[in-house]
Ligand binder design. Structure first.
Ligand code: NAP
Length: 299
């Protein structure tokens, strides 16, 4: 590819996303496949500007976007169509522009599910547990419902009102049982956690550079985790968070957030290009980069 060749443009919509890994992921894939495309970041300062940004994208022919915090819901009113997954949770992380028609997808759901597939039989019909009440937590709830059919999903949050806000309008509300992280110190809370087949962290706790760890809300973590459980941390920097360290030490199976990061990106890439992302090439580049000292805030 010569530097004079024009390129199709893709990008990430978010706020303060300069340190996102997404450009590295997608540009590595474009380069590996010899595609004349480039992926960049678009920082949008405030929600009022989201509509202008998407109108501009239509006019300029920007081919596709990822969307991250805090705009996954804010983009919805400006799109022409939603995929069933995006519709189910009212949030979009991928937009494709086909001749000015913008369709919103959500690849966090299938991206979350992909690395859990080896344990699908273990999860079906038993309880699952998620920490958090943000967009990532709702994507995980919907992934459990669609792909794994647990008996229920315990949602541990610090504020029950926020859990209700998250679930407001969600059609499958009955699957979710909210609980307070504060109650995890109590014998019943600990027992509930122990009985779960899979435990998911959908909060930023444990991210490199933060001082709080999941041990601050699950102090007895190492005693509660056990072989036969899967512990999944959506945080991917560091690759092994304190939560995953404790879980592994207790004999549980572990899943790093990097698996979801790659899986959701691969699905976005396919939606935009119709091509499979060269996942192993991307993984090697990403592991090398995340292994390096890096700015602590990445989206
Ligand atoms: P979000 O909407 O900002 O939600 C963050 C959640 O974390 C909220 O429920 C928040 O609770 C909770 N939280 C934050 N600090 C906490 C603390 N000290 N104690 C207890 N709860 C705390 O973010 P999100 O989009 O859902 O993403 C959550 C995490 O998942 C982020 O770290 C994100 O990077 C990661 N993620 C990873 C992937 C991947 O591909 N691996 C994909 C999506 C997201 P309050 O509402 O009470 O503040």
């Amino acid at each position: 590819m010569t530097t004079r060749q024009t390129r199709k443009v893709f990008g990430l919509i978010g706020r303060n996303v300069d340190y996102s890994w997404s450009p590295l992921i997608h540009n590595t894939a474009f380069e590996a496949l010899g595609m004349p495309c480039v992926y960049t970041v678009f920082n949008i300062a405030s929600p009022e500007l989201v509509g202008d940004a998407l109108r501009g994208a239509r006019a300029l022919g920007i081919q596709g976007f990822n969307v991250t915090i805090p705009y996954k819901k804010a983009v919805v009113p400006f799109l022409d169509e939603l995929s069933p997954e995006a519709e189910a949770i009212g949030a979009v992380n991928t937009i494709v522009n086909e001749n000015g028609r913008l369709t919103g997808h959500n690849t966090d759901i299938a991206g979350f599910a992909a690395p859990l597939m080896p344990w699908a039989d273990r999860i079906r019909g038993r309880r699952a547990c998620i920490f958090g009440n943000g967009g990532a937590a709702l994507a995980a709830v919907e992934a459990f419902r669609t792909f794994f059919r647990p008996s229920s999903v315990l949602l541990f949050v610090r504020d029950l009102h926020k859990a209700e806000e998250m679930l407001d309008g969600y059609e499958h509300r009955e699957l979710v049982v909210p609980g307070r992280t504060g109650d995890l110190d109590l014998p019943l809370g600990g027992q509930q956690l122990q009985e779960c087949s899979v435990i998911v962290n959908a909060t930023p706790i444990g991210t490199s550079g933060r001082t709080d760890t999941l041990r601050s809300i699950v102090p007895a973590g190492r005693e509660l985790f056990h072989p036969g459980q899967v512990v999944y941390d959506m945080v991917y920097n560091p690759l092994e968070t304190p939560l995953l360290f404790d879980a592994r030490a207790a004999g549980a199976d572990t899943v790093s957030g990097i698996e979801m990061l790659i899986a959701q990106a691969a699905r976005s890439f396919f939606i935009w290009t119709g091509k499979e992302m060269p996942v192993e090439t991307v993984r090697n580049v990403l592991m090398r980069e995340i292994g390096q000292p890096a700015p602590s805030v990445r989206g």
